[in-house]
Every structure is written in structure tokens, then in C-alpha cells.
Design a protein around this ligand. Structure first.
Ligand SMILES: Nc1ncnc2c1ncn2[C@@H]1O[C@H](COP(=O)(O)OP(=O)(O)OP(=O)(O)O)[C@@H](O)[C@H]1O
Length: 231
């Protein structure tokens, strides 16, 4: 076993809605091993998106620790978290979240505008990311000129352009037909296997889930899988 890239330890998270307190996680502990490709399935409301938001530092736990590469991040302020996220985490969304007025290349470049890379270095990285997802010939196209599968490939190129170690994907194939979904899953597998990205993917699709190397199931804020329950 390698060291975990991320560890959630005793994490509690709840929301107050109206006068009612909803407890989503009550002392949840899970290790995300470096190099893992994990799929997470579970009923609506079981906490899947909340979990990704905690892993990506977009949301804070009420209690417990979130450790990335040995560093506790849960107490960090927003600007430190934003810098950490830009360097270490790539997000992939169900509906791609591309800017409609920008070309594929410009969309992919966006996360790099937060960095100190020169324009030349940014162009080089964008070209590499588009090549990895097989879209070098679509760099100048706008999102509406691309199929859903191609738009998601742009979304993946944007997620990897800063070369983060962790990819968090929320229903990345939820809006795609089977063939496009399979292509996206093949790209995620390749990123995991050949480029050593750790991938955590939430999905409702059992076929998509089975492409991961580890399939986990969340129910009412708890993993029902024995290997996680033992952590
Ligand atoms: N910002 C928020 N404020 C209040 N309640 C929230 C908030 N975010 C999530 N919740 C509640 O927390 C619970 C878990 O939500 P979450 O989105 O993590 O579930 P999910 O498993 O991803 O569901 P789905 O499969 O429908 O996307 C739900 O009951 C939801 O309504």
C-alpha cells in the first residue's frame, strides 16, 4: 500500500435548513490512496457531492481532519485553499461548465491564468492537455461547435492542464450517450494508469462505476464497503 494522497478523519458535516439540522457525515473516515481510481455510487442525497466538495477544499467540515499529502487543510483560509486547489486538484463536472464564448483552447487555459506561467508556457501546456484528450484539431472550436463528448474532453483537458495529482469528477458521463461515456471513461483510466492521476468519480451509472479500480458505495453518509468501514 502507498501513502494516502488524502485522508478524511472523523469528518462531521451537516447543514441547517429552516429550523432543521441535517447531519450528512458523522465521523466519516476514509483514505484515498495515491494512484487510486475510485468510483462512488449511492442514492440521491447520500452525500456524494458533499464528499467531493470536502476533498476539493470547496467546503469545510464541522469537525474532523482533512489531510492532503500530510498537510491538514481544513483550517486554511480561502486564498491559501485556492492556491492549493489550483496546483493540486482538477474538477470535472457533469455539464462541463465551459465558457460558451471562448474557444476550447481558451477554456483549457483558464486555470493557468491564476498561475505565473508565461503566455508561451501556457500555450505549451494547453496544447499538451488537448493532445492527451485527443482534441488537438478542435482547439479553435467553441463549445457549441463540439459534441457533448468533445465538450467533456475539453473539461478534462482544463482539469489536467495545471498537472494536478488529484482529479475529482462529479457524474462526468451523466449527460452522455454510451459511446461518448465509454470514451470519457477510457481517458480517465489512461490518466490514472499512465499519468498517475488519483481519480475520485461520483456516478449513478453502474457500468461507469465498474471502470474504476475500486468501487465504493455511500448510503446515508456512510460507506457500506467493508474495506472503508475498517479504516
Ligand atoms: N449547501 C447546502 N445547504 C443545505 N443542504 C445541503 C447543501 N448541500 C447539500 N445539502 C443536503 O445534503 C444532503 C447531501 O447532498 P449531496 O448533494 O452531497 O448528495 P448527493 O449524494 O450528491 O445527491 P445527488 O445524487 O442527488 O447529487 C442532501 O440532503 C442535500 O439536500
Amino acid at each position: 500500500m502507498t501513502d494516502p494522497i488524502m485522508r478524511l478523519e472523523g469528518v462531521c458535516k451537516g447543514y441547517r435548513r429552516g429550523g432543521e439540522e441535517i447531519q450528512i457525515f458523522d465521523r466519516l473516515t476514509i483514505d484515498i490512496e495515491t494512484g487510486a481510481f475510485i468510483s462512488i455510487m449511492g442514492p440521491s442525497g447520500s452525500g456524494k457531492t458533499t464528499l467531493l466538495n470536502l476533498l476539493g477544499g470547496l467546503d469545510k467540515p464541522d469537525d474532523g481532519r482533512i489531510v492532503f499529502d500530510g498537510q491538514e487543510i481544513q483550517g486554511w483560509g480561502e486564498s491559501r485553499l485556492a492556491k492549493w486547489r489550483a496546483a493540486n486538484v482538477g474538477f470535472i463536472f457533469q455539464f462541463y461548465n465551459l465558457m460558451p464564448s471562448m474557444s476550447a483552447a481558451r477554456n483549457v487555459e483558464l486555470p493557468l491564468l491564476l498561475t505565473n506561467y508565461s503566455a508561451k508556457e501556457r500555450r505549451r501546456r494547453v496544447a499538451t492537455a488537448l493532445e492527451v484528450v485527443g482534441l488537438s484539431d478542435r482547439a479553435r472550436h467553441r463549445p457549441r461547435e463540439l459534441s457533448g463528448g468533445q465538450q467533456q474532453r475539453v473539461g478534462i483537458a482544463r482539469a489536467i492542464v495545471a498537472d494536478p495529482r488529484l482529479l475529482l469528477a462529479d457524474e462526468p458521463t451523466g449527460d452522455l450517450d454510451r459511446q461518448s461515456a465509454d470514451e470519457i471513461l477510457s481517458i480517465l483510466s489512461l490518466l490514472n494508469r499512465d499519468l498517475n492521476k488519483t481519480v475520485v468519480m461520483v456516478t449513478h451509472d453502474p457500468q461507469a462505476a465498474s471502470r474504476a479500480r475500486q468501487e465504493l458505495h455511500l448510503d446515508k453518509g456512510r460507506f457500506t464497503d467493508a474495506q472503508v468501514a475498517a479504516q
